[in-house]
Design a protein around this ligand. Sequence first.
Ligand code: MN
Length: 191
Amino acid sequence: MRDFSRTPEPRGRRCRARGRIYVVQKHAARHLHYDFRLELGGVLLSWALPRGPSLDPSARRLAVQTEDHPIEYARFEGTIPPGQYGAGTVMVWDIGTWEPVGDPEEGYREGRLRFVLRGKKLRGEWQIIRAPYRDSRGQKSWLLVKARDEAARSEAAGSILDEQPDSALTGRTLEEIAASHERPPTGRGAG
Ligand code: MN
């Protein structure tokens, strides 16, 4: 794991654009997963979703909290070199802004963050809820759950992960990104 307080890379600047940054990065590491990130307090709070997000309110998707990332990381697409933490290809699968429902700092502290997503793929209201257990490596487990609203949809109607697999930023596939040889902003790995 990196310690951002002990590396020379820039920490996240507060984005003055309207709304807080929201991003989901599709990450073809040892296991393909999705990294869900919300800007709060000058960093990107981060969770790894082994199965990705679901539009189905009855699907409670595991979200394993990972280290905070710098704001600059939100738009990164490219390849983390072999041997680095998180080695593999990273795609910006969805990007946009998020709006908290209620006080976000308090919600985060209490382990129940309610928010509205305004991404290119994910919309409407969601919750991320801290579960009372940790995984085998001692990392905090949360559950990402879609609220019942007009943006919700049953998994039986199809998976948005399969229907819209490509980059929300550049339209590229994972293979096209892998072939581009772009490196992370810091030249280092990431969860
Ligand atoms: Mn990751």
